[in-house]
Design a protein around this ligand. Structure first.
Ligand code: ADP
Length: 420
């Protein structure tokens, strides 16, 4: 599946590159071919228009230099004769007059003549008097400017072929670049895909054990239809525990799925975090007594921030639940909350089992459990901390952990304090 997507992406990337390359070069070529004659055209026009009659003598009142020396001015008489007025009137100027005879356009034209390319323009000459004393019957009808433009045309040609050759050579580079980019683009897609695969397979695996527990216990109960509820209470208790675990697991999976789909929106309001913690602590009072774990709390009153109250409660419960789960009787769980100028700090510490250094980097991963049996026994799903981390990040905070195996753990959450 990935191979064909990568192939498609490579083709698409290469096509886009090629398209950009072709369009870019076509624009440059088009612009160049439109503008390349502009300079010479302007000079030709200036010279043609500068032709004047002064004291009945022909002159070319040269506009300020430098003039393009490739430009010839020719005059055509009413009877079709062509002469070259300057510098040597009537001196044969090669094939130029022959070319000019054919030209009668007031628009610039490009003509190929005897292997050379010329720009030609012919403008009407409006004075009717004789302008050459020795040529009394030479009445100028048109002034023609001619310029050889071989170099411009050669430049344009060279540019065209260089572009074509560059394009052909570039196709290989373009395909390689397209392939490289497609490969890079596939990396996060592949990673997300395999994460998703892993998630689905872990979730199915996790769901299977409570279902098996419920099914087998129900089946066993069915074998003794005459038994009373009291006689089957142990099995019923297992069914209830497994159902509870399943409900919790499904709720966690739903939360994460909605978080992944960016559908889990926060219900933001001004929340008294201190109060939320006190409520959670209340809930854990019974656990403290049953588990013989001491709970110490230092909660600064009225620590407020804009947050989702339920999510905050969920986060605190996740952290406290873990602290109690992984602390042996006689241990201590401590919860602190205070506000500094910049941030709100929430800390849950315990004197429990701690986390081995090699496991610390993974504890926020979905379904990661350092001790699977212990976690499962205490109702853990391996999803608590990943949900906790998501809640913290959704509130623009960060969560850190410090732990020493056999000594205990400390989870610290930092939220940015609201600007007063
Ligand atoms: P679980 O439901 O298994 O507790 P969590 O995502 O909450 O899942 O935690 C992931 C793992 O991190 C736990 O299985 C446990 O190994 C470790 N862990 C989390 N909190 C603590 C803690 N306070 N003390 C020791 N280990 C912890």
């Amino acid at each position: 599946m990935f191979k064909s997507t990568q192939r498609q992406l490579t083709v698409l990337n290469s096509m886009v590159f090629l398209f950009v390359f072709v369009v870019f070069n076509a624009i440059i070529y088009g612009y160049l071919s439109l503008k390349i004659f502009d300079w010479v055209d302007a000079d030709m026009l200036a010279q043609a228009e500068a032709f004047r009659v002064k004291n009945r003598h022909s002159v070319v009142a040269n506009p300020p230099p430098p003039y393009d020396p490739r430009i010839f001015i020719l005059l055509r008489s009413t009877d079709g004769r062509i002469i070259n007025p300057v510098p040597f009137r009537k001196v044969d100027s090669g094939n130029i007059p022959a070319l000019a005879v054919a030209m009668d356009s007031e628009q610039f034209k490009t003509e190929t003549y005897q292997g050379h390319v010329y720009r030609v323009i012919s403008i009407p000459y409006t004075h009717t008097e004789t302008i050459f004393e020795d040529e009394p019957d030479f009445f100028v009808e048109r002034v023609i400017a001619v310029s050889i433009v071989d170099s411009e045309v050669k430049l344009l040609d060279n540019f065209f072929w260089i572009t074509v050759a560059g394009g052909l050579a570039g196709v290989i580079g373009i395909c390689l670049a397209g392939y490289f980019l497609a490969k890079r683009a596939m990396v996060p897609i592949q990673a997300a895909w395999s994460r998703q695969q892993q998630f689905v397979s872990d979730a199915s695996h996790e769901l299977r054990s409570p279902i098996t527990g419920i099914y087998s216990n129900a089946e066993l109960m069915l074998r003794h239809p005459t038994h009373t509820i009291a006689q089957e209470s142990q099995r019923l208790e297992v069914i209830m525990t497994e159902s509870r675990r399943m409900t919790k697991l499904i709720a966690s999976l739903l939360t994460l799925a909605r978080a992944d789909a960016k559908k889990a929106e926060l219900q933001l309001e001004r929340v008294d975090i201190s109060e939320v913690i006190e409520v959670a602590i209340e809930r854990f009072q019974a656990v403290t007594e049953l588990s013989h774990i001491k709970l110490i709390s230092h909660i600064q009153p009225k620590v407020e921030m804009v947050a989702d109250r339920d999510r905050m409660h969920q986060l605190i419960v996740i952290l406290m639940d873990n602290a109690f789960k992984y602390t042996l009787p006689g241990g201590i769980v401590r919860i602190d909350c205070y506000q500094t100028e910049q941030q709100i700090v929430l800390q849950v510490q315990d004197t429990g089992t701690g986390i081995a250094a090699e496991h610390v980097p993974y504890i926020f991963d979905r379904f990661f459990r350092a001790d699977k049996a212990r976690s499962r026994e205490s109702g853990g799903t391996g999803l608590g901390l990943s949900i906790g981390k998501w809640i913290v990040e959704k509130h623009k905070g960060k969560i850190e952990v410090q732990s020493e195996y056999g000594q205990g753990s400390q989870f610290t959450v930092f939220f940015p304090a609201d600007k007063k």
